[in-house]
Design a protein around this ligand. Structure first.
Ligand SMILES: [Zn+2]
Length: 92
């Protein structure tokens, strides 16, 4: 996790399911510290959620690069002398 994500990972506030249910008119209580109630909900900034989604998309993209490997990249020999794909590490 980057320093920026670490900083954003702190909730901006807390509320409860009851407060959300009662916020029909758009107004409900939000607290600045945890209330230690069973239905407590931590609230996170949109910036944090967006950063997590972006990181997730990047990881998925790099994962599919590995899964889709057809072994036409560089190869290397591992410590036992076997030739392996430099991208996915498969035994060739
Ligand atoms: Zn490969």
């Amino acid at each position: 996790m980057t320093d920026k994500l670490e900083a954003l990972s702190q909730p901006v506030g807390w509320t409860t399911q009851e407060e959300l249910n009662e916020a029909n008119g758009g107004v409900g209580w939000m607290f600045l510290s945890p209330m230690k109630q069973p239905d407590e909900i931590a609230l996170y900034s949109q910036e944090y959620v967006t950063a997590l989604l972006n990181e997730n998309a990047e990881l998925k993209a790099s994962l599919s690069e590995w899964e889709d490997c057809k072994h036409d990249g560089a190869t290397y020999h591992d410590m036992s002398g076997r030739e392996r794909c430099g991208r996915c590490g498969a035994d060739l």
